[in-house]
Design a protein around this ligand. Sequence first.
Ligand code: AR6
Length: 185
Amino acid sequence: MDPCQIECVRGDIAHQPDMDVVVNAANAQLLPGSGVAGAIHGAAGPELARACRPLAPIRPGQAVMTEAFGLPNRYVIHCLGPVYGVDRPEDRLLAECYRNALHLAEAARVSSIAFPAIATGVFGYPLADAAAVTAEALRTERPALRHLRRIRLVLFSDSDRAVFQQALAAAGLIQVTDSVRSRHR
Ligand code: AR6
């Protein structure tokens, strides 16, 4: 079987209609917030917050799954990233978010999942460090994936995308395109 394909795009996590699952960078109470959580809850509608209520609170590194309601996806997986400098060790907790989300997606037998850069906004995780942790988590989990065929990292800006692309390329997960390589020369 070919390895699960990994891709890295600039975009809005709430507009990934070709993905079975989108991942929310949640808060512990699974309430609508700013950033990713605001976009996901805004697009899904109030039913999402209602579905989340019995699952809260969650702890850093944990992931839980709900339906996607008004979103064009089948499920939302809600991950609580570490607050940088507070929830320690940050790298292990961030890696757990990705691992636990992938395990839930596999258990649901879906074939595609889109992640935002968990913890790199309000929670303050430095982007390049988060990208390296993400790439390493994906590298170690990928061989065990049986149902997932596509993992998409969705970054909010071109510069954030370039940082993730470099980390994924360094981990051997994607090819570095000429345009990216020349930007970093
Ligand atoms: N699509 C893709 N990426 C986005 C989007 C979007 N629509 N919006 C922001 N980003 P954050 P966190 C990027 O703060 O750090 C919330 O209030 C953003 O540029 O959403 O895990 C929750 O309620 C950044 O790189 O998540 C929690 O309280 C990344 O997504 C808390 O923030 C994550 O930013 C969670 O903080």
